[in-house]
Design a protein around this ligand. Structure first.
Ligand code: CUA
Length: 229
C-alpha cells in the first residue's frame, strides 16, 4: 500500500506491475530528455540574434525534425503495445475469482470451490482497530494463493465500479451486464490494498479492496474450511 510521502508507484507484487514500472520509467526518461532539449532551445532563442534575409526553405532540416520525433514516439509506442497485450494474456489460471461491485461494497465468489461467496465492506473509522488502516481495511478480505496464476472476473450490480489494486497492476471496470476478465500473479505474501476507481456515487471512496496473499497450502486450508461450513 501507499504510505506517507509516497508520490510514485507502489512497490510491485506481480510481474506485470514490474513491467508497468519499467515502462513508466522508460517513458519518463524520454519525456525528460525531450523537455530538457526543447527547454534549452526555447531559452536560447532569447539570446539569438542571427538573421538570414534570404532563407526561404530548409528541406533537409525539416525532414530531420519531422522524422526524428516520429522515431522517438515509436520507442514509446512499441513497448506500450507490448505491455497492452501482455496484460490481456490469460495464462492457464489455477483460481478464478469473481468480484461484483455494488453501491458501495464489493462481493466475491470463488466459483471453483463450491461457489463460496461473501460481501466485503469497509470497516468504519469508529470500529477500526488501532493497527487498522482508515478507509482502507475491510471486514472480509479476499484470500488468494501466491505464486499462482489468478483469473479475475469483474462485473457490477448497479453502476460502473472499478476493481483496482495498484501493487498488482490490476484495474478492471465492473460494468452492469458485462463480465470483464483479467489475470495476475502475486509473487509475494502480504496484504495488498486497492480502491474502487470509477466515480460510482456518494460513497465511492468507501469501497476498498484488500487482498491477503498467502502460500498455497494456507489457501487450500482456508478454502476447505469455508467449503465445509
Ligand atoms: Cu465503486 Cu467507485
Amino acid at each position: 500500500m501507499s504510505t506517507w510521502a509516497n508520490l510514485g508507484l507502489q512497490d510491485s507484487a506481480s510481474p506485470l506491475m514490474e513491467q508497468l514500472i519499467f515502462f513508466h520509467d522508460h517513458a519518463l526518461l524520454i519525456l525528460v530528455m525531450i523537455t530538457v532539449l526543447v527547454g534549452y532551445l526555447m531559452f536560447m532563442l532569447f539570446f539569438n540574434s542571427y538573421i538570414n534575409r534570404f532563407l526561404l526553405h530548409g528541406q533537409l532540416i525539416e525532414m530531420i525534425w519531422t522524422i526524428l520525433p516520429a522515431i522517438i514516439l515509436l520507442f514509446i509506442a512499441l513497448p506500450s503495445l507490448r505491455l497492452l497485450y501482455l496484460l490481456d494474456e490469460i495464462n492457464e489460471p489455477s483460481v478464478t475469482l469473481k468480484s461484483i461491485g455494488h453501491q458501495w461494497y464489493w462481493s466475491y465468489e470463488y466459483s471453483d470451490f463450491n461457489n463460496i461467496e461473501f460481501d466485503s465492506y469497509m470497516i468504519p473509522t469508529n470500529e477500526l482497530s488501532t493497527d487498522g488502516f482508515r478507509l482502507l481495511d475491510v471486514d472480509n478480505r479476499v484470500i488468494l494463493p501466491m505464486n499462482s496464476q489468478i483469473r479475475i472476473l469483474v462485473t457490477a450490480a448497479d453502476v460502473i465500479h472499478s476493481w483496482t489494486i495498484p501493487a498488482l497492476g490490476v484495474k478492471v471496470d465492473g460494468t452492469p451486464g458485462r463480465l470483464n476478465q483479467t489475470n495476475f500473479f502475486i509473487n509475494r505474501p502480504g496484504l495488498f490494498y486497492g480502491q474502487c476507481s470509477e466515480i460510482c456515487g456518494a460513497n465511492h471512496s468507501f469501497m476498498p479492496i484488500v487482498i491477503e496473499s498467502v502460500p498455497v497450502n494456507y489457501f487450500i486450508k482456508w478454502i476447505s474450511n469455508n467449503m465445509n461450513s
